[in-house]
Design a protein around this ligand. Structure first.
Ligand code: DC
Length: 230
């Protein structure tokens, strides 16, 4: 199988839109691999803090990104042999990740690492530029979003369930600032591509959102098999 024949479902969208949850469920359902590209930016942010690197120095940050010693094993993430699955999920880490993600050299350093996840029988991936930059040949591109208010409420519930104290107004403010930065940067900004389908989950349950993605994928497969038998 040529690399470009391995199907990719690319789900892009803003912070806390639920794209990670949906992407993981779809991957499980189809038996595909899964790449959480945001985790890579968060890992660069964590490593930057751990190594006290200068956050203005793009060269040294790109070196950190290129040399990240990371292993994704089931749902656990290891950085230099330490488990960092929860450590990279903090708001602070997300905010620094969003700042560092605006640097072109850091983005470039992570391109090949992301493409390596394209393995048979297929890949479901989520992020900001999966359909536009990393996997332009993805068979299904989705822009998954929800209102900022609903996203803040979902994030609040998630944090509360983990026993982490949070404030909805602060979360909403952070989400809006992150949206602005991720959407307005000059390299690979977050935006709905003309070839991406819009999935607004503001009024949808997780299972309805998952079904929407699966039915688009099945539509694609049905169309393709008709083409192949002609
Ligand atoms: O999806 P997330 O919130 O875990 O991502 C953290 C930050 O990483 C996000 O604010 C922007 C950046 N990011 C990116 O620029 N490109 C991606 N493909 C994924 C994440």
């Amino acid at each position: 199988m040529y690399i470009n024949e391995i199907p990719v479902i690319a789900i892009d969208g803003p912070s806390a839109s639920g794209k990670g949850t949906i992407a993981q469920l779809v991957a499980k359902n189809l038996g595909f691999h899964y790449l959480d590209s945001g985790a890579l930016y968060r890992l660069v942010a964590l490593k930057t803090v751990q190594s006290c690197a200068d956050i203005q120095n793009q060269d040294s940050l790109a070196t950190i990104a290129r040399n990240l010693n990371v292993i994704f094993k089931n749902e656990t993430i290891y950085l230099d042999d330490d488990i960092v699955t929860d450590a990279i999920r903090t708001e602070e880490c997300g905010i620094l990740a969003s700042q560092l993600a605006a640097y072109p050299q850091i983005r470039a350093a992570l391109v090949e690492r992301q493409r390596e996840f394209r393995q048979p029988p297929g890949l479901v991936t989520d992020g900001r530029d999966m359909g536009s930059v990393i996997f332009p040949s993805a068979i299904l591109k989705i822009f998954l979003t929800a209102s900022a208010e609903i996203r803040a409420q979902r994030r609040y519930k998630q944090l509360m369930e983990k026993g982490i104290n949070a404030n909805i107004a602060d979360l909403l403010h952070d989400i809006q600032k992150r949206d602005e930065r991720d959407s307005n940067r000059s390299v690979a900004p977050l935006q709905q591509g003309t070839d991406a389908k819009l999935l607004d989950t503001t009024a949808l349950t997780i299972s309805q959102a998952q079904d929407a993605v699966l039915s688009w994928y099945n539509e694609f497969r049905a169309k393709n098999s008709r083409l192949n038998t002609k």
